[in-house]
Design a protein. Structure first.
Length: 716
């Protein structure tokens, strides 16, 4: 064995490579050098800008308000690669010190001073350290709103509350919040019909006592009404359905909140890239001289009414490898009336049994596909209620185990789904009510079909409700998201049950670009005519007192209706469906025998845990996740996460003593369709509950308790 006493140089590494490898290494070095930037002669790059003494204002926030910028790092590590260096400029730094003091004053620190701006040089790089003395915070000692007595009492109370949300008595006198309070005051008056309201303000700061007195004076003016509505820029889009969705009737009381809601309703039609509603308020005139009817000018910019989508994709994990195409077509004015029709076709193949981590050569190519259509009719029953009809046809193999045995049958399912319903958006609240039918037909890709496998029909109404108070749907930084889903199966079909799934997400800004995100969800399934074999199967590998036909039917319904945990959008330390009850599925794998589970007796030489310990689905689910999301550089971001979850084989049985705790590291790369996500989850030794009899053995990656997942969009 050769022992290295020192790190080899690049030259030594290159000499030890073979001829072809040496050529490839040289190419990589040349490519890397081609993307490298250079520092101008006798100048220094600005590597770091640090702040000292800023206990109450975040450093990232201060960096956003100065001109000196740190050199970007490729992948968060390498300066001068791909990105140009930022050059240190002493004169810019001097002005930045003044900018820091001015910004502190806007935050209420009127006595803040920048003591020094230190510069440390190391080679061709410079590090700047700005020393700040924040001083005391100026607080609001008095807050008066004059003119509320002219308003009805209930409106006056609402207006006052809006102001206090932005600027509170005893709170910091932040000039940004001072501006927000003034804007909120005028907006509150506009929301209640006072379109011509005027607001003036004044603030006196007592520097020796660090106190501020704030006053607002309002002139409400007369109540206004909507006048005529005129559209600009419709082009080929018919006006009647747009006017119906706008739902602003001349003569109704003016409300800025209603105008914002109407603007969102037009955007929800999906045919406009921008919408702007402009009240025609004459300028430079006294409010008392204005007429009460306010004409509205609606300026729209239509988007393309028809679009075609084409793409390719791939999936690789511990269970399967697939390659697929995506083709789609959408018409946002289908048959006129702004009806929307969408069709998407995703054909693909599964390379069986190619999968991680060993990537065996494919022995079979299994075709699969999905065809989805959606038709939406705006203005059903009332202006902003939409009707929809959705259908989906799917055919794909069911792969539950990473173990491959030559000659084993491969089960597939053909799935037809249809749903018809209504949905409505009101402010940040969305609700949808639909009736759904699912028809699942088992078939075989390879091998004979089990005689007890039969088609399954599930019919259920569904109520879906969401309240989205996040500041951004793609990159949420603060706010709350609440969702709830209720299904009641039994209106026809083979299943009778009640299924409930509420979820809560929260986002807290730790710093300007650092977010703490958390998620909690539960699931409750109450079946009435199936599920009796799950607990016995999970514990003993037998169906209890049920017949084999009832056992097979139970397993099929649990796959359609039961809960599973693990995977990219769940517990990322586990593979898909790994958490929860595991047991025998007699119709799935040939290793179990055509007559039942004869080969799943542990004393049988043909026994294989991977083939005989498969996910069954459960009745009670809980999941919890926490993430710290932080920027790296440019489009790259990182996350530290921790996930926990459990699925029980009993009803309303929350087993918090089995957390299945995992932690990991993730990377994000921002794309036009959302962040591309890579997560590596690690099952923490010593933090896992002892393996229960009803649970399976998690898979490993290269012998480690690790799971890797890829996806588009944040995990939650």
């Amino acid at each position: 064995m050769t022992r290295w006493d020192r790190a080899p140089s690049m030259l030594e590494i290159q000499l030890r490579l073979g001829g072809r490898a040496r050529q490839w290494f040289a190419v990589l070095v040349l490519v890397a050098c081609a993307g490298c930037a250079a520092i101008p002669g006798r100048r220094a790059s600005l590597d770091h800008v640090d702040f000292v003494g800023n206990a109450h204002v975040d450093s990232d926030e201060l960096r956003d308000h100065i001109a000196s910028t740190e050199s970007p790092r490729f992948l968060g590590l390498f300066e001068g690669v791909i990105y140009d260096y930022e050059i240190f400029d002493r004169y810019v730094l001097e002005r930045d010190l003044q900018r820091v003091e001015r910004y502190y004053r806007t935050r209420g620190y009127y006595k803040a001073r920048v003591r020094a701006g230190r510069v440390y040089f190391k080679g061709r790089g410079a590090r700047v350290e700005i020393l700040v003395v924040e001083g005391p915070l100026t607080r609001v000692a008095r807050l008066d709103i004059h003119g509320l007595e002219t308003l009805p009492p209930e409106i006056a109370l609402r207006v006052k509350r809006r102001v206090l949300r932005a600027l509170s008595l005893g709170g910091a006198f932040d000039e940004t919040r001072y501006d927000e309070a003034s804007g909120e005051l005028k907006k509150a008056l506009n929301d209640h019909g006072y379109a011509y309201a005027e607001v003036t303000r004044a603030a006196d700061v007592d520097m020796p006592r660090d106190l501020a007195s704030v006053g607002f004076w309002i002139t409400p003016g007369i109540l206004a009404r909507y006048g005529s509505v005129r559209f600009v820029g419709l082009g080929a889009i018919p006006e009647a359905p747009v006017r119906r969705a706008l739902a602003l009737e001349p003569g109704a009381t003016y409300s800025l909140k209603e105008l914002e809601s109407a603007q969102q309703a037009l955007l929800d039609l999906g045919v406009f890239s921008s919408v702007k509603i402009e009240p025609d308020l004459p300028e430079n005139a006294s409010p008392d001289q204005q007429r009460p009817d306010i004409p509205l000018r609606v300026v729209v910019e239509p988007s393309k009414l028809r679009s075609v989508q084409v793409g390719v994709g791939a999936e690789l994990d511990t269970l399967r490898t697939d390659l697929h195409l995506t083709a789609g077509w959408e018409d946002r004015n289908f048959l006129g009336g702004l009806r929307r029709f969408t069709v998407q076709f995703v054909p693909g193949v599964v390379l069986y049994p190619t999968r991680l981590p060993n990537l065996p050569a494919p022995q079979h190519v299994l075709p699969e596909g999905r065809l989805r259509t959606e038709f939406r009719q705006p203005g059903v029953f009332e202006a902003r209620t939409n009707g929809f009809i959705k259908t989906q046809l799917t055919a794909s193999p069911v792969l539950l185990t990473p173990e491959y045995q030559a000659g084993s049958p491969v089960l597939g399912y053909g799935d037809a789904r249809a749903g018809v319903g209504l949905d409505r958006t009101y402010w940040k609240f969305f609700g949808a009510l639909s009736q759904n039918v699912q028809f699942s037909v088992p078939f075989m890709y390879l091998g004979p079909k089990d005689p007890d496998l039969n088609p399954i029909v599930v019919s259920y109404p569904e109520l879906n409700l969401t309240l989205d108070l996040r500041n951004d749907r793609v990159h949420p930084h603060q706010g709350v998201y609440v969702a709830s889903d209720l299904q009641v199966a039994g209106v026809g079909g083979d299943a009778r049950d009640v299924k409930i799934q509420p979820e809560l997400r929260g986002y807290v800004p730790i710093a300007k670009r650092v977010t703490f995100a958390s998620r909690a969800a539960i699931g409750l399934l109450f079946p009435q005519n199936y599920g009796s074999t799950v607990e016995s199967d999970a514990l003993t590998g037998t169906p209890g007192n049920a017949s084999r036909a009832a056992w097979v039917r139970d397993l099929q319904l649990m796959f359609l209706r039961g809960f599973f945990s693990g995977g990219p959008g769940s517990n990322r330390g586990y593979a898909l469906r790994e958490i929860g009850p595991h047991g025998v599925i007699p119709f799935y794998n040939g290793a179990q025998g055509a007559g039942g589970a004869t080969n799943c007796d542990p004393t049988n030489p043909a026994y294989s845990e991977a083939s005989c310990d498969l996910p069954l689905g459960g009745f009670t689910l809980w999941e919890a996740s926490a993430e710290l999301r932080y920027p790296i550089t440019g489009e790259f971001a990182g996350t530290l996460f921790s996930d926990a979850s459990d699925v029980s084989d009993r009803r309303a049985d929350f087993r918090f003593d089995r957390p299945h705790l995992s932690a990991g590291l993730g990377f994000r790369y921002d794309t036009p369709v959302g962040p591309l996500r890579l997560d590596v989850g690690y099952r923490i030794p010593g933090a896992q509950a002892p393996k229960a009899a009803d649970e399976g053995t998690p898979q490993t990656l290269f012998g480690l308790p690790v799971a890797v997942s890829l996806g588009i969009g944040e995990s939650f």
